[in-house]
Design a protein around this ligand. Structure first.
Ligand code: 9G3
Length: 567
């Protein structure tokens, strides 16, 4: 590729809308351009990287006995109604009507579609196990698209679906994918680790998320520095604090607490520790208002609440909804005297004695409140978020937090979709059995961005060799100098002859501009051809990952570049 002909619109400055380093660099280096919120063009360099990641995914899927197919992006609403999910996803689903006014959606995922295909085609145990995948655009109308390709409204996903006779078969598929994902991310040069995760609304039991470690990651990972435990903090179990407080329960008393809204205010005003106060939270669980109690110094974990009170949508309740139901605003809420509202309490509340909580009256609190005596709950559960430093749920070691970008996830679906859509097979005895399914996603475009998030410096992107848009850039110092150009052309041609992907920067630009672009775009190898090449057959060889460059003969440079890229 000659730079004089290439469509690689690099920019000097950071684009205003870029909100993370990978987004800035992919735009500045001419890999992507935004069309609208969460919608991007992949320019030629971006397309080359995307294709390389896709091909690594294909190789690993095919090696794990998967077969590639391509399903429609436009999905009939009827299938989503059959599984009961048409009304589950609200604004996040892109819905459209065809000319006959029939309803469709732009595929956010393909469980319904693939299960419909399989229920019509698979009838015998001889056809199982079956692992089918596609690599295709997905559509999800994110409320807040951000971080460029990391959270877009249209993105490239590899989604694989496994169909097995029984749970044992599903385990095999799951393990095969777990290993395949480890291979994919290693080959892409991504520092990624699997963590135990929450099966979420799609049900099923086990699931793991593959997290690319990065500070801008939206997921919080809890991991242990003494064992291999790692989990999304949403599901990390918290230790029960069984220390019995040996204080005698005192008579409950209502006290005036002016200007005390937060736990900190109340604790300070009443001169007690936050641990002695109850945090009373209200959630809107679908149409129902529910109450969750937490010790004042802990944080509630929505995912754990949703497990205890299954519902489609769970959000913090609006203040006016609570005021209407309870009779006072945030800051004086408490469990005592609540009517017709389910109350779930975290374990930390269970053996609290003489605690403080809101009196459900503006600017009043109760002191000496005792669970069981002064209020009842549905039950005590693990509803809080594990704090960094608390004991590891697996070995008791010290836990640490990390941030991650979810680039892959593997789910055991079990029979959730095969039952809903009646996908079954006849076994050796002619008996009909429900198929056991798994689903497995890789965010291909998200992996591209996550790789940049992890591989960059002040000069630009540092592409891992396997997914770099080109392997080598040859930079002649002066495009006007015919002898330099001849040597540069020769190197360009010899490297291509040996199977490398090479860019020749033949532009009539100052060397500084060429070097800045080479570093910004992030080619793994840069070969510079200057006066010394003409006089002494010496050129400069520099790896994007190295600080210094080396002076080598043309022949040595070619040998080194080929060896480096092919190793
Ligand atoms: C929807 C919308 C958004 C969604 C879903 C459905 C996430 C939805 C979960 C999955 C599970 C797996 C196969 C590949 C790997 C992930 N967001 N999920 O089902 F209608 Cl709008 O997609 N699917």
């Amino acid at each position: 590729m000659r730079m004089s002909k290439a469509f690689i619109p690099t920019l000097r400055d950071n684009p205003a809308e870029a909100d993370t380093v990978s987004h800035q660099l992919l735009v500045r280096a001419g890999f992507i351009r935004k069309s609208a919120a969460g919608l991007y063009h992949y320019l030629p360099l971006g397309m080359r990287v995307l294709s390389k990641i896709e091909n690594i995914v294909r190789e690993e899927m095919d090696a794990a006995d998967c077969q590639e197919l391509l399903m429609p992006i436009v999905q009939p609403a009827e299938l989503w109604m059959e599984t009961g999910r048409w009304h589950v996803y609200g604004d996040e689903m892109f819905r459209i009507q065809d000319r006959h006014d029939r309803s469709f959606c732009l595929g956010p995922t393909h469980e319904e579609m693939i299960t419909d295909l399989v229920r019509n085609e698979v009838t015998s145990y001889r056809q199982l196990p079956l692992r089918l995948y596609q690599i295709q655009n997905k559509y999800r109308d994110e409320r807040r698209p951000r971080f460029g390709l990391i959270r877009g409204r249209e993105f490239v996903m590899k989604d694989m679906y496994s169909f097995d006779r029984d749970p044992a078969g599903l385990d095999e598929s799951y393990q095969a994918m777990y290993q395949a994902y480890t291979n994919v991310f290693r080959r892409c040069g991504l520092n990624c680790r699997p963590v135990e995760a929450d099966g979420g609304a799609i049900g099923g039991s086990a699931t793991h998320e593959f997290m690319a470690l990065a500070d801008i990651g939206e997921a919080t990972i809890v991991y242990c520095d003494s064992c291999d435990y790692a989990a999304n903090v949403e599901i990390a179990p918290c230790p029960k604090d069984d220390t019995k407080i040996d204080a005698a329960p005192l008579a409950m008393e209502k006290v005036s607490t002016p200007n005390s809204k937060t736990i900190e205010d109340v604790a300070a005003f009443l001169k007690v520790d936050a641990k002695q106060c109850i945090k009373t939270l209200f959630f809107q669980a679908d149409e129902e208002l529910i109450c969750v109690l937490m010790r004042g110094d802990y944080e509630v974990n929505d995912v754990k609440v949703q497990k205890v009170h299954p519902c489609y949508t769970l959000e913090m309740a609006e203040e006016e909804a609570v005021a209407k139901a309870v009779g006072c605003s945030f800051g004086s809420l408490g469990p005592v005297g609540l009517k017709d509202i389910k109350i779930y309490a975290d374990y930390s509340v269970e053996n609290m004695v003489n605690l403080v909580c809101g009196a459900n009256e503006e600017a009043y609190h109760f002191i000496n409140v005792n669970p069981g005596r002064d209020f009842q709950v549905e039950g005590y559960y693990d509803l809080r978020t594990l704090n960094e430093g608390e004991p590891c749920p697996k070995c008791g070691g010290v836990t640490k937090y990390a941030r991650g970008i979810e680039v892959g996830q593997v789910f055991k679906l079990g029979t959730k979709y095969s039952e809903a859509l009646n996908a079954s097979y006849l076994d050796e005895n002619g008996k009909s059995n429900i198929i056991h399914m798994g689903c497995y996603g890789i965010g291909v475009s998200r992996t591209l961005a996550a790789t940049v998030e992890q591989n960059n410096d002040e000069n630009g992107i540092i592409w891992p060799k396997n997914i770099a848009p080109y392997h080598v850039v040859v930079v002649p110092i002066s495009a006007k100098d015919e002898e330099q150009m001849a040597i540069a052309e020769n190197i360009y041609k010899q490297l291509q002859a040996q199977g490398l992907e090479v860019v020749l920067d033949d532009r009539n630009e100052r060397p500084g501009v060429k070097f800045k672009d080479a570093d910004l775009i992030g080619y793994p190898v840069r070969i510079t051809v200057g006066k010394k090449a003409v006089s002494d057959n010496i050129v400069e060889y520099k790896l994007r990952t190295a600080q210094e460059n080396e002076e080598l003969t043309v022949e040595e440079t070619i040998t080194r570049a080929v060896a480096y890229i092919k190793e």
